[in-house]
Write a protein that binds this ligand. Structure first.
Ligand code: THU
Length: 137
């Protein structure tokens, strides 16, 4: 699957975001090496801390169904009703990616619908904490 197709799936996933408090909607599409895609949206809560980001929704859907070997995630976000825009993942989502992805090869794809920007996880999360591997510091 090319990255344009993955971005389209993130744009589609954004439509089901539940964000009545921030009114900022996000969609994500997570690609596995076998071609399977798990999508996610942000889901907010009256108790704000119970909110989950689109990226972690996608990861937790995937991991809970036994998936692994993640290749890339496409993310789009913007205020509700606005066109998709670049939405870099929050620190907590980068930490979750670090748990399940190869930092050298996993790609984070951002788009505003016109221009795409692609980063490795290592670029977005240098010197990360990963208890299962030796320190990169
Ligand atoms: N949000 C995401 O879903 N992903 C991000 O990368 C940044 C933030 C959500 C959380 C909250 O529902 C809203 O966007 C505003 O922070």
């Amino acid at each position: 699957m090319d990255h344009k197709e993955l971005i389209s799936k993130a744009i589609e996933a954004r439509k089901t975001a539940y964000a009545p408090y921030s009114e900022f909607t996000v969609g994500a599409a997570l690609l596995c090496s076998d071609g399977t895609v798990y999508t996610g949206c942000n889901i907010e809560n009256a108790s704000y801390g119970a909110t989950i980001c689109a990226e972690r929704t996608a990861f937790f859907k995937a991991v809970s169904e036994g998936a692994g070997d993640f290749e890339a995630i496409a993310i789009v976000g913007a205020p509700q009703g606005k066109e998709p825009d670049f939405c870099p993942p929050c620190g907590m989502c980068r930490q979750v990616m670090t748990e399940f992805c190869n930092p050298e090869s996993f790609r984070i794809i951002l788009s505003n619908g016109k221009e795409d920007r692609i980063y490795t996880l290592k670029e977005m999360m240098p010197y990360s904490f990963d208890n299962l591997q030796s320190s990169s510091v």
